[in-house]
Design a protein around this ligand. Sequence first.
Ligand code: TXA
Ligand code: MG
Length: 320
Amino acid sequence: MTIFLASEKHIAAAADALRRGEVIGLPTETVYGLAADATNDRAVAEIYAAKGRPSFNPLIVHVASAQAAQLHVVWNALADSLAAAFWPGPLTLVLPRRADSPLSLLVSAGLDSVAIRVPAHPVARAVLEACDVPLAAPSANPSGRISPTAAAHVEEAFPELLILDGRPCQVGLESTVIDCTGAAPVILRPGVIGEEQLQAAGCRLQVNAVDLQLATNNQQPKSPGLLLKHYAPRLPLRLNVTDLQPGEALLAFGPQPLVGAVTTYNLSETSDMVEAAANLFAMLRALDNPAKHRAIAVMPIPRAGIGLAIHDRLERAARG
Ligand code: TXA
Ligand code: MG
């Protein structure tokens, strides 16, 4: 596709594309994002596929207001004061996911928390209003490349996408990510809103070695997946399984699932890797039932493209 000036007409077209489950290039005040409907598993899987990242790093959900955020996360007093001080703006709050939230489990890579923010950029806000769905949006760079601050950067990497041009980003640095799930807030990713500003807003940060190190180096964790808690099933997982054992549930892949499992879910009957990624967390959770199954057996899955991220996640889950 191509770059469109963010006129009313193109904002409406972008909102339609998002509601159809497409991924678009969206300006925010920090950096450009690769945005998709955060409630649509397949659309979220397309983001991961486009980024070409070999693991599922949870994504930030963008909403139009603090009220909209409260539909998806369990709100608390800390979130309330931080939202009042910094939203709309470059601050992301990590909060527990609400059980009744329609967000895709893939957005938070299977975690029980959700990272959420209300962007300040007028184009991002207009698109959120027009499409009326929460938007998952990681920075619009391929894995391992620097974050884009102009529409042309996004087009270079993703020439096939519809990209809204909101002029160069004013901030140019990603949002500060704060974990608000514990007793004291913790900076997970230093960003444009610094510690002094947070403290001035009454946020008494807990500082631990990892955060201090990250803040000092002013960088993202090299492997955020290693620092983040990850989704761990209660049942043992057996990978690359070609024969079933008694009492096992089966996470199948492809047109010829093994037969004889207590319960079977198929990640993709047509061996479609994006469909498999879209189904991964919901199916793992559905099979993870110690009252019914002894273990989860997982059939071989190709290690290419988004298959690498699926393997990374399954291998971590298998290690417990
Ligand atoms: O400024 C920004 O935040 C940009 C614009 C597009 O909004 N977005 C962005 O997203 O930088 P991304 O996906 O590149 O970075 C998301 C960060 C990662 O460091 C990730 O580990 C963290 O947020 N994160 C997301 N969900 C999380 C969760 N549930 N728990 C902890 N960290 C989370
Ligand atoms: Mg990024």
